[in-house]
Design a protein. Structure first.
Length: 173
């Protein structure tokens, strides 16, 4: 299932356009690209050849490739090579809910608590960052923060939606 852009995607894309301007960012990895909306936002500011999109879902990979972007099918960093100035991830951040259809859980559910995929991503990401590289991770107020905070995450943007608050975290190792 391709994760179609929603409030979180539009919020993150707008933030990215502003965040990147004026910064010396030459390469970007878009983890969990879904529809490719964040890759599109980044491509407005940096050269296309320096952007790699990644998704676990083959259909998402095909869609993003058809938009003209370099995209690979991978479970997090399993098939990723190289290092990047910026790694972005609109992670699946919701806690497990048995009422949610199985086909959509891969795009929305971050594990039983909601933070498991984000924590696994952060443990792996350091090896793929250039010196002074940064990670931007979008999560929700529904996502437990205690394990994520151990990575030195700082909140750089927030947006209230419905019964939750979206947060964009910046992490630099």
């Amino acid at each position: 299932m391709v994760y179609e852009p929603a409030e979180d995607s539009y919020f993150f894309a707008k933030f990215l356009r502003d965040y990147i301007k004026g910064k010396n960012i030459e390469s970007c990895l878009d983890m969990g690209t879904g529809s490719g909306i964040l890759t599109e936002a980044v491509s407005e500011v940096i050269d296309l050849k320096n952007i790699l999109s990644v998704d676990i879902d083959k259909l998402s990979v095909d869609i993003v490739r058809n938009k003209g972007f370099k995209c690979i099918e991978s479970n997090l960093f399993d098939k990723v090579n190289g290092s990047y100035d910026l790694i972005i991830f609109n992670a699946p951040y919701l806690p497990f809910d048995e009422r949610e259809p199985k086909f959509s859980r891969i795009a929305t559910t971050g594990g039983n608590r909601g933070d498991e995929i984000s924590v696994k991503f952060l443990k792996q990401a350091k090896r793929y960052l250039n010196k002074n590289g940064k990670i931007l991770l979008l999560i929700s107020s529904l996502t437990p923060m205690n394990k994520i905070e151990k990575f030195g995450a700082k909140i750089v943007a927030k947006k209230k939606i419905f019964m939750e608050e979206l947060k964009i975290l910046e992490i630099q190792f």
